[in-house]
Structures are given as C-alpha cells and as structure tokens.
Design a protein around this ligand. Structure first.
Ligand SMILES: Cc1ncc(COP(=O)(O)O)c(C=O)c1O
Length: 396
C-alpha cells in the first residue's frame, strides 16, 4: 500500500494550459508528446526569485525541482504515469523494499545550451541499464520509451530549473522500488517508478581539484555473479563503511579491488577508473574491462572510450592490477589517472593510497589528457562542441 502526499493540490491549479495539452478531468492533462503521463501542475511552484536563490546556493543533490513523475506497476502491467508536485511518499512499514532492498536507480543530466536549448545526454543508455538492473533484481522492466517519455515530460515541465552557469545541470534521478506491503521474501506484486530532479553544480566539495583515493583491503564492492553490474541500492549501502574508512585515512573516495584475488582495481564507489600510461600522442588509456560482471557499465566510461580514440589515444579495456599501477608509477609511465561518472563527469585522481604505500600523481591539478577528455566530453554535453555521435536528445 502506498499513497502520495503532493506538495500542492493540483486539482485546484489555475494555471493556463499550453495549447499542446488536451483538456481532461479538472486540473489534469496529457500532452501529445508524452501521452502516457497525466500532468497535474503543482499550485505551489517556486517563484522565479525563490528558484534563483535555491539555484545559487546549494550542495549537490539537496535542492529539488517543482515536480516528479510516478509510474506504478500493478496487475502485471505499467500503468498511466502521473506528473505532479514534488513531495513525500507515504509508505506502509511493511513495504517490502524497506526490508529486502528491492530498489534500483539511475542518474543522468539535462543541460541548458547557450541558445536556450535543453538536452539530455544518451538517456537511452540509462533506460537500458535501468531495465538491466531491474532484471537482475527480479523486478519488472520499464520499457525504454516509457523511461525516456518520463524524462522528457519532467524536464519539459521543470525546464526553468535547468541552470545555465558553466558546469551546472539538472540532475535526474529515476528510481524503482517494491511497493507491496508484505513480509514475504519474494518479488513484489506492486512497484513504483519515481523520477525527480535536482539542479546541481560540482559534485565534490573540492570542485575540480584532484581526488584522493583509498584502496581498501577490508571491504569489497562486488563479487562475480553478484549485483555489481546493477545499479541497485544495496551496492551503495554496502559501500558506506569503506567510504568512512577512506575519510578516516584522509581520502575522498574508495578504489575497490576484485573480490577473489584482491589484486585487480575495479572502480570507485560511484565512478569508473582510468589510468593514463605514457604521455602525449603515445599515451594509452587503460580501464578495467566489464567481463567479470562486477563493475557498473558507465555511460561516461563508454563515451570516453569513444572520444579518446578520436583524440588519437589508444585505449585498452583489460584487467589492471594494483601491482601494474605501482610499477608504472615507479618507472614513470603512469602519467595520470581519473575517475568518471555522470555526477562528477571526469575528475582527476591526485593520489592512490593503501596499506601498500602511496602513488602520488598531479595532486594540485589535473593532467593534460584528463583535461582534454573533459573538454571534449563536457563540450558535447554543454553544446560547445559538435554532437558528432548524436548523443544529445533535444527536449525543448
Ligand atoms: C558504481 C558506479 N560506477 C560507475 C558509475 C558511472 O556511471 P555513469 O557514467 O553512467 O554515471 C556510477 C554512477 O552511476 C556508479 O554508481
């Protein structure tokens, strides 16, 4: 059992309906470009002044836009979605996700270009990964077109929340959880997909300064045949203790090793890992391959692999041992390392520390290849470089 408390009573909205909306029951409407979502415009949208204040002054992920989308799965089918005021969900204490953690999520961004256009970046990849995560957790798959429709509808409705300053964007958070109120350990008979949005700037409090990594030998993130390749809530809950250990050691993030041999670097708690061996045009970019099924297949990782080749660097997807990184550091061939993901885009790694000792890279600033890749990728996202792979989806 689940009910929604909406931030405003949308049935009493007095807002004029744009012409693309069909009239429906009082206060609700559907839009020809997203027919599977009924829109209830909030009567409590922030004023432009309130919104500007919130956009100017916030920590990553702490401010939310006016609306959200919810789509229920009941009776074996996805129902008509609802776009309504952003607000709390009320859950029965027996809701199975609270006990057994059948919960998945995604993260992607909408960008405002200098000509006012608003775009998302490769949303179909997030849609497919959302479906793959659902499969792994025995949850129903939301069809790709319903995922994209929800994103389009929310971004269109809350377009005023897409910030325009360089490095800023509207972070979109789709999630799905088991909503059945039942203590049985089994797939639920009801699920809810929720999508909401948060205007964001830099992910790390340190802005673009290189991050310090801690290699944990106490904890592992994911084991073969486990859930490492799925973006499920439990993976992140299980990472928090190691993250606290990293902080204690004066580091920002954890770099995980493989669960079996504790020898190969895998990824960070929320980002993929790249090392740059050798400098200039003979540079090689190396990143762990995905064959073990223990890593999350990042959209940013995939994009960087493509762009690095275009910039003339060779790329290798293969196992990388910590020993290899240490000897490349010792002989000077390890030039740079960086982490990548939607939230932080590309972030230079300043140091890698663990019981083995420390690898110290550019501790103060990012290296030239990290920078070049950032400029290329962020340039496409922000509309200052040509979108040669058709990665951008125009929303409005
Ligand atoms: C564990 C993990 N690895 C890698 C990534 C990077 O993925 P993406 O580039 O799709 O954001 C993320 C973030 O989603 C993550 O949580």
């Amino acid at each position: 059992m689940l009910s929604f408390i909406h931030g405003g009573d949308s049935r009493h909205t007095t807002q004029a309906l744009p012409s693309r909306f069909h009239a429906q029951p009082p206060g609700s409407m559907t839009n020809t470009s997203h027919p599977n979502i009924t829109v209830h415009v909030s009567s409590q949208c922030k004023s432009p002044e309130e919104r500007e204040k919130l956009l100017a002054n916030q920590r990553f992920g702490s401010v939310f836009s006016d609306h959200m989308v919810t789509i229920r799965w009941v009776d074996g089918a996805w129902q008509q979605g609802e776009l309504s005021a952003y607000g709390p969900l009320t859950l029965s204490p027996a809701t199975s996700t609270l006990h057994y953690g059948q919960a998945i999520f995604e993260g992607l961004k909408a960008y405002r270009h200098s000509d006012g256009k608003i775009v998302t970046f490769r949303p179909e990849m997030n849609a497919r990964r959302f479906a793959a995560s659902a499969r792994r957790l025995a949850m129903p798959e939301l069809p790709e077109e319903r995922f994209i429709e929800a994103i389009d509808a929310l971004v269109q409705q809350d377009r005023a929340w897409v910030p325009s300053a360089p490095g800023t964007s509207l972070y979109l958070r789709p999630l799905m959880f088991a909503a059945e109120a039942s203590l049985g350990v089994k797939p639920a008979n009801e699920y809810i997909m929720v999508l909401f949005a948060s205007p964001v700037g830099a992910y790390f409090a340190s802005g673009s300064a290189p991050v310090k990594l801690w290699v944990t030998d106490e904890h592992v993130r994911a084991a073969p045949h486990g859930t490492g390749a799925a973006k499920c809530a439990g993976n992140y809950a299980a990472s928090l203790l190691a993250q606290a250990e990293a902080k204690e050691k004066g580091c920002d993030q954890v770099l995980y090793l493989d669960a079996i041999q504790r020898k190969y670097v895998e990824e960070l708690g929320g980002m993929n890992f790249f090392a740059v061996l050798r400098a200039g045009q003979s540079a090689r970019l190396v990143t762990p391959d995905l064959k073990s099924g223990t890593l999350l297949a990042g959209v940013t990782r995939d994009s960087i692999l493509r762009l690095a080749k275009d910039l003339g660097y060779s790329v290798e997807e293969r196992p990388i041992s910590l020993d290899e990184l240490r000897s490349a550091y010792a002989d000077g061939s390890l030039q740079e390392a960086f982490a990548c993901g939607t939230a932080a885009v590309i972030t230079a790694i300043g140091s890698i520390t663990g019981k083995f000792g420390a690898i110290k890279l550019n501790e103060k600033q990012s290296g030239p290849i990290t920078d070049a890749l950032y400029q290329e990728l962020y340039g496409i996202q922000a509309g200052t470089k040509p979108d040669r792979y058709n990665w951008l989806r125009r929303i409005c």
